[in-house]
Design a protein around this ligand. Structure first.
Ligand SMILES: [Zn+2]
Length: 300
């Protein structure tokens, strides 16, 4: 069936696009999604650009067949109460068990310069959106939930009371509604587009998901990209872990004695030229492989 289908597509001349399989995760498409976000300008909580980003995501995801919801809430921040909005999208599988794929949609607010967050913000959203296309074309048995968080970044200084606003709110609401019980695993993508990407072996993440990520990366020939140092990172996976939900942070970020990698992090230089299609593709294909493998193994 599959072979006949592909042969037919090839005969019609629509099987390949730029040498890539039409069905596989495309780094080029993901890079276009980074560009779209960067062109919106800075996207901090409450900004007009953040609203435009959500409208664009909603339209793209509804076209793919997802049910899209906005989750507005008011965050208590050191700068006072700020309205924030998470965007959540569901694609029903044959099972109610859920696999969750998330990224933060906000960019860190800087008064001194324009921060467009090509890698820190846009790359994660872009990879999740391209994964949405690939996973809707050949759905999982699990129900797929995509979560685009507002307010991941600190407004003044990173700490437990000033960070992770959107993911904390979403997890609290899912615990209350008992949706949290249906979650099999969570993958959080952040800073996954760097041209010289090295994915951190993130220490807070669920151990089995950590090793699974590296196994799948090696199998696909991406071992070098997934060879970053062991390091604990605080990101949107933390509220899930604190609620007892297995979660993984897929991130290329390290603080060493020499400084922060990547060097342009939280600077005016986190621009489109720092991001590459090939890095996005390595991450996208590895995460897709992990999700498909888990979907079979967990047998929802
Ligand atoms: Zn950041």
């Amino acid at each position: 069936m599959v072979v006949v289908g592909i042969a037919l597509l090839l005969a019609l001349g629509i099987g390949c696009r730029g040498g890539e399989e039409a069905e596989g995760f495309s780094g080029e498409r993901a890079l276009e999604h980074v560009r779209t976000q960067v062109l919106l300008g800075p996207r901090p909580p409450g900004s007009e650009a953040a609203g435009r980003l959500r409208s664009w995501l909603r339209a793209e995801l509804e076209t793919l067949g997802f049910q899209v919801h906005e989750q507005p809430f008011v965050a208590r921040t050191p700068l006072g109460a700020i309205s924030m909005v998470n965007l959540v999208a569901f694609l029903s599988g044959s099972s109610e068990r859920m696999l969750v794929l998330g990224a933060h949609a906000d960019t860190k607010r800087f008064a001194e310069f324009e921060f467009v967050g090509a890698n820190d913000g846009a790359s994660g959203v872009a990879a999740v959106l391209e994964l949405a296309r690939v996973l809707s074309a050949r759905p999982l048995r699990h129900t797929l939930a995509l979560t685009f968080f507002d307010g991941e970044e600190a407004l003044v200084e990173w700490g437990p009371d000033d960070s992770l606003y959107g993911s904390t709110h979403l997890v609290d609401s899912w615990v209350e509604s008992r949706l949290a019980r249906k979650v099999s695993a969570v993958f959080i993508l952040d800073m996954v587009g760097d041209r010289n990407l090295r994915i951190t072996d993130e220490l807070n993440s669920h151990p089995q998901l950590r090793s699974r990520l590296r196994e799948e990366a090696a199998r696909l020939g991406y071992a070098r990209i997934f060879s970053g140092p062991e390091q604990g990172v605080e990101d949107d996976h933390i509220p899930f872990l604190m609620a007892g939900i297995p979660a993984l942070n897929v991130i290329g970020f390290a603080i060493s004695p020499e400084g922060v990698v990547p060097t342009y992090w939280h600077s005016p230089h986190d621009t489109l030229d720092k991001v590459s299609a090939s890095s996005l593709q390595a991450v996208g294909r590895t995460v897709e492989a992990c999700l498909r493998r888990l979907d079979l193994e967990l047998n929802p």
